[in-house]
Design a protein around this ligand. Structure first.
Ligand SMILES: *[C@@H]1O[C@H](CO)[C@@H](O)[C@H](O)[C@H]1NC(C)=O
Length: 281
């Protein structure tokens, strides 16, 4: 027993010495008096196994943030999307019709619906059918969004706005996607994500202050956010039921095409630019 313990101490000590780079040779006497090595605090083996299972399970149900750069590789499509008028028309059209929605299983009727299908075609919710072979989701809600300096997209979650107003219940999409398909030029405008929903933390700000975040006044960067650059031709899939926002655009214009996957068709479009006072509704 005693020799086994001494052996462990030697192993432990030599690995620490290796890290700090001292070549000191020690005697057994000294090792006996060495203070216990600092332990890297981690979960026990049961909890670690649970983490492995949780990760596997999350992938199966299509959870987790995905960032895919240079998403579309078809030149014709990219050139078509490089026309700013296509985007302003998209914005105008949706303010007329309110909700733009492609039901599951239907053929695409325009370039936006084609891209919506492309974005979601490999997602487990889309590829997995119900036992009776019907789709396991209602369809895709989509919209375009152009943010210029002065516009803001404050902390919010995507939800069926109509239901929220009437019954104070919150119904969220299954998952969301944003695609930056216009070769835009701007500064600022990062997608920022928090790992909590309004039930877990009724206020987004409260969450990150509790987390010890520090704001850098110069550029508005708050250390504890997950922050994603809205690079041209980048696709981001993320859980829109959790708090997210777009940081201020300081110059130029930032173009987004967004597509949410819904279990039930929502009755009212998720409002793009959210008044912070309305968020709690
Ligand atoms: C998204 O987040 C909500 C709220 O935290 C959670 O209930 C839901 O399981 C998440 N969805 C996925 C697909 O991860």
């Amino acid at each position: 027993m005693r020799s086994a313990r001494a052996f462990l101490l030697v192993l432990g000590f030599s690995s620490v010495a290796g890290i700090v780079g001292t070549g000191t040779c020690t005697t057994t006497q000294e090792q006996e008096s060495t203070e216990p090595l600092p332990v890297l605090k981690q979960y026990n083996s049961r909890r670690r196994r649970e983490a492995v299972q949780a990760s596997l399970h999350a992938a199966q149900r299509g959870s987790g943030t995905v960032v895919k750069s240079h998403f579309i590789q078809d030149e014709e499509t990219l050139l078509q999307l490089a026309d700013p008028q296509l985007w302003t028309k998209c914005v105008d059209h949706q303010s007329e019709v309110g909700l733009r929605f492609l039901p599951a299983g239907e053929k695409p009727k325009n370039v936006w619906e084609e891209i919506a299908l492309l974005i979601w075609q490999d997602h487990p919710v889309v590829t997995t059918k119900n036992p009776d072979n019907t789709p396991s989701f209602a369809g895709f809600e989509y919209w375009c969004n152009i943010i210029t300096p002065g516009d803001s997209l404050d902390w919010h979650v995507d939800k069926d706005e109509a239901l929220g107003m009437e019954s104070n219940t919150m119904v969220n999409p299954i998952f969301g996607a944003v695609y930056y398909g216009f070769p835009h030029r701007f500064t600022g405008g990062y997608l920022e994500l928090l790992p909590v929903d309004p039930q877990q933390s009724p206020s987004a700000e409260e969450y990150y202050w509790k987390d010890g975040a520090q704001t850098n006044q110069d550029n508005g960067f708050v250390a504890s956010f997950e922050r994603i650059e809205a690079q041209y031709n980048r696709l981001v899939l993320f859980n829109v039921s959790k708090w997210h926002r777009v940081s201020a655009v300081t110059r130029g214009a930032r173009f987004t095409f967004a597509v949410n996957l819904w279990k039930e068709k929502p009755r009212k479009l998720h409002i793009n630019t959210v008044d912070p006072k309305q968020q709690q509704a």
